[in-house]
Write a protein that binds this ligand. Structure first.
Ligand code: ZN
Length: 87
């Protein structure tokens, strides 16, 4: 179970992010909604995460997201802070 949060690099209280858009991905647990509307021409998807506190708006390719989640799990962690992502 991965929790996606934003702290704006520690500048605000950690909040849980929600994906914008419609639809949810069945093979991922949690209240995570994936925006299926932004399908790319190459067949991939772009996920969009928005923080309502600092206004951070992160767009992630599905392959980037999968790599990131794999890395988090491999590191034994269960939380992703999007304000620390390089994008
Ligand atoms: Zn934020």
């Amino acid at each position: 179970m991965i929790t996606v949060v934003c702290s704006d690099k520690g500048r605000h209280e950690k909040v849980r992010l929600t994906f914008t858009g419609s639809g949810s991905e069945g093979d991922r647990p949690g209240p995570v909604q994936i925006d299926f509307t932004s399908k790319r021409p190459d067949g991939g998807k772009t996920y969009r995460l928005k923080c309502n506190v600092c206004g951070r708006d992160v767009h992630l390719r599905d392959d980037t997201w999968t790599r990131m989640v794999d890395g988090i799990i491999a590191a034994g962690l269960s939380e992703i802070d999007v304000s620390h992502l390089p994008c």
